[in-house]
Ligand binder design. Structure first.
Ligand SMILES: *Cc1c(COP(=O)(O)O)cnc(C)c1O
Length: 475
């Protein structure tokens, strides 16, 4: 024991003693000696003015370092919104396998290298092979930055670059995806000229036939992924359009948006790549981080010769993906994704999960008004508009919403780096004056964490309304 004498400040541990301790030495390697020293001095200063006990200097300095060690400002969020592909929360969550693959590929890897021969190899060939397993035999595939890049590249290569800049597009498929992003404007931005056919609600085969001509680069079908037109409507199926395009020698491109590779009975209105290629579309484009459940990416799938023409366009290099994306995509294609699991979770399973969450919350925060209620989930990410997925949620007071989003650090020192804390953010959904925590997109393993976060939020909400803040022992 250190002799504290009459002045407790004499018990403050010395800088060099702390620096020599293994936990500080390890952090010096990780974060740099200057950062570690300044954290120690900060904790010593707080002990000197009586903010913390001398015995807590080491642990406070370590806690501060660990908060600082967070590699980025992107904070993890537990998604209790019931929206599986939440655009503002990063769309698809990656599977553990995809995350691990990304980490491994983060170092040097054989992305363009053949380890057997020591020669250069085709970039991302493992990912392309994994994609090919989901496609008709002999189909080609290309991976680019995102769905918008896939479309811009295809239109550049097959229309603008060929001197036939017209893109034939139905007026019923002039889609605004979100955040003001409009597909026709994207096409025009790379030099395409839109040849509008049909009307908002009805487009016929004869409209396409009349429009296809010497200036036509491609015929494009865009899936209206985020809206549905009901009533007196008519659109031309890909299978009917394909022979007309073939006869005219014009590629037929289908932007399916969501990236479903095969039909899904849960989502009968979502087009999938396999069905579209079987219906004789030349190319399909899609996102990688919607229903496919992978990293942000764009896919160009279909006729191998046409895919190769697209790949050779100079813009392909400008929108190519990095090695970590290729790794995550390959791992995504080899196993069920969290997106698929969350979408297909049966209501009774979700009921049990909601009951378990409610029980964990009651154990942590007794007396909190709480109820398990039915809750309609959604696909989100601009997919399957209007489709309600029956599920369950825990209903809590609305006042918990804000502190759950931005929790205080677990050491209750709310003045210390409130933007970087150890408690994960939990985002729920507000409904009729209550906060719903929908369990559909929550990993069952995260339920204790959510319960702890609710208990912490309840403390913050109470102290906020009663006008007190935790004072860290100060008067
Ligand atoms: C989402 C979507 C896009 C854009 O894909 P990003 O990956 O977001 O660039 C394009 N077309 C359709 C039909 C979509 O649904």
């Amino acid at each position: 024991m250190t002799d504290t004498g009459s002045d407790p400040r004499r018990a403050i541990p010395r800088t060099d003693t702390l620096l020599a301790a293994p936990e500080f030495a390890a952090r010096s390697v990780e974060l740099g000696a200057d950062t570690v020293k300044s954290a120690i001095r900060d904790a010593q200063r707080r002990a000197r003015v009586g903010d913390i006990a001398p015995a807590d200097v080491a642990s406070q300095a370590l806690a501060a370092l660990d908060r600082r060690a967070r590699p980025t400002t992107l904070r993890p969020v537990l998604n209790a919104t019931g929206v599986v592909l939440h655009t503002n929360l990063g769309r698809a969550p990656l599977s553990p396998a995809a995350r691990a693959a990304m980490t491994l590929a983060g170092g040097y890897c054989d992305v363009e290298f053949d380890l057997a021969t020591g020669a250069r190899a085709r970039r991302g060939r493992g990912t392309l092979a994994a994609l090919a397993q989901h496609l008709p035999p002999d189909a080609g595939a290309l991976v680019v930055n995102n769905g918008a890049a896939a479309l811009a590249l295809v239109v550049s290569a097959l229309a603008v670059a060929t001197g036939r800049p017209e893109v034939v597009l139905s007026r019923g498929e002039f889609v605004e995806i979100g955040d003001g992003f409009r597909i026709p404007e994207l096409l025009e931005s790379v030099g395409a000229q839109i040849r509008e056919v049909g009307t908002t609600n009805r487009t016929h085969l004869r409209d396409y036939e009349a429009a296809i001509g010497a200036r036509t680069g491609i015929v494009l079908k865009v899936h209206p992924s985020n809206f549905a037109v009901r009533g007196f409507t008519s659109a031309v199926p890909v299978a009917d359009l394909a022979p007309v395009c073939r006869a005219a020698g014009t590629p037929l491109v289908v932007d399916i948006g969501s990236g479903l590779l095969a039909p899904d009975a849960l989502l009968p209105d979502e087009p999938d790549a396999r069905t579209m290629l079987a219906a004789a579309a030349d190319l399909v484009t899609s996102s990688g981080d919607k229903l496919l459940g992978g990293p942000q990416a764009g896919l160009v799938l279909g006729d191998a010769g046409v895919v190769e023409r697209v790949r050779r366009h100079p813009l392909a290099r400008a929108v190519r993906v990095d090695k970590t994306t290729l790794a995550a995509l390959e791992a995504t294609l080899r196993a069920p994704t969290p997106t698929h699991v969350a979408l297909h979770a049966p209501a009774p399973v979700l009921r049990e999960r909601a009951d378990a969450l409610a029980e964990a919350i009651v154990g942590r925060a007794p007396g909190l008004p709480i109820e398990v209620v039915p809750s309609a989930g959604a696909v989100g990410g601009g997919g399957a508009p209007g489709l309600e997925l029956p599920g369950w949620a825990v209903a809590l007071p609305e006042a918990l919403a804000a502190p759950l989003r931005l929790p205080a650090p677990s050491d209750t020192d709310v003045t210390d780096l409130p933007e970087l804390t150890d408690v994960p953010a939990v985002v729920g959904r507000l409904d009729s004056g209550r906060l719903l925590l929908d369990v559909r997109a929550l990993d069952p393993a995260d339920l204790p964490t959510v319960a702890a976060a609710v208990a912490a939020a309840a403390t913050i909400a109470t102290t906020a309304t009663s006008g007190h803040r935790p004072t860290d022992g100060r008067p």
